[in-house]
Design a protein around this ligand. Structure first.
Ligand code: F6R
Length: 608
């Protein structure tokens, strides 16, 4: 996730911007830059890599003199990490400079439009389109140009804007991407996150969607897109810096769990246009898709669990046989693959050593590799034939949550895309799936609103010694993820079992008080699941059920139920995973574990 900071006041802007960006480093980034109004021109300095590179380049800010500026740390989404793609992005004459968080969904059509008008582009970013549009629509009134641009762009954005025609004003706009205005004495600020400005002010105003802040040294006016003034009430920040970095949450994991509706929305909505799944990034032709005889999925850990869900979904929708394997096994088992195989590689970091080795093995055998990756420009992304990025933003907690959810979202998009190319979906089915997919973020939000129920249940059970997760089909795949999440952060022993497999051995472990989490979201398997619940209850188990809200038949059969909203069967995993993440989180928190950095684990496993 990118970071924004902006300053207008009486001091030199560049050192303040660099200091603010430093406070945003924890969020992860791959390049950084500043733009400062300096003697009639907007001067931009930006560089790929650590902030230190930029700092050295401009000698701690001494090289760019001026008291108005914007700064940015970029986490690549459109275009690889590079100097050119770093922000600020400028308009063609250099008049406007823009920093941007979020995604401009219709940037390609806007870019084509401007190119037809003769505007030349330098970068691959969606942000440059905003800078160019500002200049294109600018006829002497910057606020008018901003309003016009907002009427053209679709997507999510937090924007900081400066223009060389107005050395006394900083502009800020937001939609679906956080942005605050910091209020000082004779100086004011903008920031995507409070820590960036906390050292200089604790008084802030939060911008709401479609609000435009016009910020001068002596005051701030906020307008709506009709140019009407919106009154704002300042808020005093009393948190310390470490709480502020986590957006007020106790742990990054909690923050990332709560970010899931946005992350899933950011991953899905730019790829649904005009009622169709549009995967611009992949070059596979319908003929190539029809030629695949099998699909292999390889990944590690939670990403492998996404693969297990994907197997059920891809087979269901495409009727192409799918095999799923952990990468460390795949790479040494002489898999039978050739050019008729599509290998799907899933990885948050894009650097996992086993997954990368599996990818290379697949390519060596002639397979086509499509990867689902979060980190733009990572090794797995670079070595794949096609990449679909998850736009989750950087994930800081070791235990994955939002990356998992966005990987699943991409699996749905891909399954619909492939099934359509294979002629497996009627227009009605296609439209239904898209409707269901677009409804997911809101349903995830609804589950998160009820997190207190899970917190209560965790408070009753955090001393458990063993916890089993059971489910059938997609619920079994979810059990695997629920179990991994719990054990990795709470250190409680846990295992996941296909519910029908219990009586073949595992049930001997169930005794009085053993906690069993039973996932029962799939209607057609509900009665079978309830038989398995009866089996464990008869041996004294305590059962937490996860079921769909309109199916109350589970009541009385389990000790506690957590309901999730109704969705079509294949999309229920996106909802069922949320209470499992929350349960793991609250149990670990009540045990006092180091949630964001569990013992013996690393965020990116770059060794075999
Ligand atoms: C578990 C977790 C790990 C990763 C695994 C793969 O919460 O985060 O199991 O899923 O190490 O990592 P990536 O996705 O970076 O390849």
């Amino acid at each position: 996730m990118c970071g924004i900071v902006g300053y207008i006041g009486g001091d030199q802007a560049a050192p303040i911007l660099l200091e603010g960006l430093e406070k945003l480093e924890y969020r992860g980034y791959d390049s950084a830059g500043v733009a400062v109004y300096d003697q009639g021109r907007v001067q931009i300095a930006k560089a790929k890599g650590r902030l230190q590179v930029l700092k050295e380049m401009i000698h701690g800010g001494d090289d760019i003199r001026g008291t108005l500026g914007i700064g940015h740390t970029r986490w690549a989404t459109h275009g690889e990490p590079s100097d050119v793609n770093a922000h600020p992005q400028a308009s063609v004459s250099g008049k406007f400079a823009v920093v941007h968080n979020g995604i401009i969904e219709n940037y390609l059509s806007l870019k084509e439009y401007l190119m037809r008008k003769g505007v030349a582009f330098l970068s691959e970013t969606d942000t440059e389109v905003v800078a160019q549009l500002l200049e294109y629509y600018y006829h002497g009134d910057i606020l008018d140009a901003v309003v016009k641009v907002l009427s053209k762009v679709e997507g999510s954005y937090g924007l900081g804007i400066i223009c060389e025609d107005d050395p006394d004003t900083l502009y800020a706009v937001r939609k679906d991407s956080p942005l605050v205005v910091g209020l000082g004495e004779g100086e004011n600020f903008i920031a995507s996150d409070v820590p960036a400005i906390l050292k200089r002010t604790r008084e802030i105003c939060r911008l709401r969607d479609n609000e435009i802040a016009v910020i001068r040294r002596c005051g701030v006016t906020v307008y709506n897109t009709e140019k009407e003034v919106i009154p704002k009430t300042p808020e005093h920040i009393s948190w310390d810096i470490s709480a502020a970095e986590k957006g007020g949450y106790e742990h990054f994991m909690a923050k990332e769990i709560m970010e899931q509706p946005k992350a899933v929305r950011d991953t899905i909505s730019p790829r649904i246009r005009g009622g169709r799944v549009v995967l611009d990034q992949i070059t596979l032709t319908p003929e190539q898709i029809r030629a695949f005889q099998r699909i292999f999925i390889v990944a590690c850990g939670s990403a492998y669990h996404v693969g297990v869900v994907a197997k059920y979904i891809l087979e269901d929708l495409t009727r192409v046989p799918v095999e799923v394997d952990v990468a460390s096994e795949f790479r040494y088992r002489r898999p039978i693959i050739d050019e008729k195989v599509l290998v799907l590689v899933i990885s948050q970091s894009g650097e996992t050593a086993d997954t990368l080795a599996a990818l290379r093995e697949a390519k060596r055998c002639g397979a086509r590799v499509l990867s689902i990756v979060n980190v733009v420009g990572s090794s797995i992304a670079n070595e794949s034939d096609d990449v679909l990025y998850t736009w989750a933003g950087p994930e800081i907690a070791v235990a994955t949550t939002k990356a998992y959810s966005t990987q699943l979202a991409v699996v749905y998009l891909l399954a619909i895309y492939l099934a359509d190319a294979l002629g497996r979906l009627t227009p009605e089915q296609y439209a239904d799936y898209l409707r269901e997919l677009e409804a997911l973020p809101e349903k995830i939000e609804k589950i998160l609103e009820n997190k207190k129920d899970i917190q209560y249940y965790a408070s009753q059970n955090f001393n458990a010694k063993d916890i089993f997760f059971i489910g059938r089909n997609l619920d079994y795949a979810m059990s695997m993820e629920g179990s991994l999440k719990l054990k990795e952060i709470s250190y409680i022993h846990s295992d996941a079992y296909a519910a029908g497999e219990l009586k073949h051995g595992t049930i001997s472990l169930v005794e009085n008080g053993t906690l069993v989490v039973a996932l029962a979201t799939q209607d057609r398997l509900f009665d079978k699941m309830m038989s398995n619940v009866k089996e464990v209850k008869a041996r004294g188990a305590q059962v937490l059920g996860v079921a769909v809200e309109d199916n109350r038949k589970i009541e009385g059969q389990v000790d506690f139920v957590f309901y999730i909203p109704r969705a079509c069967d294949i999309m229920l995993p996106s909802l069922a995973v949320i209470p499992l993440q929350l349960f793991a989180y609250y149990v670990a928190s009540m045990k006092g574990c180091d949630i964001d950095k569990p013992r013996n684990l690393a965020k990116s496993v770059t060794v075999e």
